[in-house]
Write a protein of this length. Structure first.
Length: 366
């Protein structure tokens, strides 16, 4: 080991980093591997204050998101919103705020995940020296609420945070509101239940934000990367009761959101920006429906998972053959076939009509 590497913390030396779509890369001109929007909007920037540090939590941005989040029965005020560098930072801040890391002499806290699910929960925990416990999704890839409750309430449990992704990446499953509310009550004072709603704009009526007022231990993470087509600016949000936001505010960086990011995000959350977003969602949801229906008719497809976000996970009879065909046609997908319970599965991001037609043309040629 080099002189520098041995200076790093032991858990970092052993850490396998998250393989993002950009790290994996690929060759082609149809990029359907990162659940990105296929288009983007134009924004205006005021550069007259770039010499100044930005606001800790830009008031206009916080107010705009609180107003936007107060739909479908939710009542979110400004004190219940924290903005961060993407939802990924929110995940890490939650772990750093509420979980004690393990040391050589003492076992620390842990998070609980329900695999197969988003990989950054594990990476963030391991980076912070926090243990990871697992309760697998049930046979239908839904959350096993009873098992999660039992894990949190077990006598020796050190679980402080439970991460539930809905729509779940990559399977698309949603949360059951009644069962979630019961879980929140059963784990009150013991653990935070985090609902990761990165893709909720594609099925907004299924958000859990209306439960925040009654449950101090519910946290919701959101992002502008998907439906708002702003993956490049790295802007996310945390919704929770004031007590949670106050704790996280102690830990987050002093200037987490650059001023140009705040300007763009605030414009995206304006009435005009929201109209553009909803039009985009309607188009992508329609493209998703067309793709999912077409996949159901293909002999090479053995299973199509719930289509709730801007992606569809499909199980093929031979994913390696499918992957090779996509690669030869310059179509970049995300391969999940090596993940537990996802053998022969490939996730397809929903793109524009031409990209979806190119995808189906490749599949129909096999």
């Amino acid at each position: 080991m080099s002189d520098i590497k041995h200076l790093a913390r032991k858990n970092i030396q052993a850490l396998t980093p998250y393989l993002s779509a950009r790290r994996i890369g690929g060759n082609g001109d149809v990029w359907l591997n990162a659940n990105e929007a296929p288009d983007c909007s134009e924004y205006q920037l005021d550069c007259s204050h770039l010499n100044r540090y930005p606001e800790f939590q830009p008031p206009a941005l916080i107010e705009a998101y609180a107003k936007y989040a107060s739909h479908y029965g939710a009542q979110i005020d400004n004190a219940q919103v924290l903005t961060s560098r993407g939802a990924d930072e929110s995940i890490e801040i939650l772990i750093r705020t509420f979980c004690d890391p393990s040391t050589e002499s003492k076992q620390g806290d842990s998070i609980l995940i329900c695999p197969p699910t988003y990989g950054m929960y594990v990476i963030s925990a391991e980076t912070c020296g926090v243990q990871v416990d697992e309760v697998a999704l049930d046979a239908n890839f839904d959350v096993d609420y009873k098992a999660v409750e039992e894990a949190v309430n077990a006598p020796q449990s050190q679980i402080k945070i439970v991460f539930l992704c809905a729509p779940n990446n990559p399977t698309g499953n949603m949360l059951d509101k009644a069962k979630l509310a019961k879980l929140l009550t059963a784990t009150k004072g013991k653990a935070l239940i985090v609902a990761d709603e990165a893709y909720i704009e594609f099925c907004p009526e299924l958000s859990q934000a209306d439960l925040i007022q009654e449950h101090e231990n519910l946290v919701i993470t959101r992002t502008l990367s998907k439906a708002f087509a702003l993956a490049s600016i790295r802007c996310g949000f945390t919704l929770a009761q004031r007590s949670v936001i106050e704790m996280m505010s102690k830990v987050i960086a002093p200037y987490p959101v650059p001023d140009p990011v705040a300007q763009i995000a605030t414009q995206a959350l304006s009435e005009q920006g929201l109209e553009v977003m909803r039009e985009r969602v309607a188009i992508l949801n329609n493209n998703r429906m067309v793709l999912a229906n077409a996949l159901q008719q293909l002999d090479c497809v053995t299973e199509v998972f719930p289509a709730t976000g801007n992606f569809v996970l499909a199980r093929f009879n031979d994913s390696q053959k499918i992957w090779q065909a996509f690669t030869e046609n310059g179509i970049i997908m995300r391969d999940f076939s090596a993940k537990n319970r996802l053998k022969n599965c490939i996730r397809i991001s929903i793109g524009n009509v031409d990209e979806m037609q190119a995808t189906l043309k490749t599949l129909n040629s096999l």
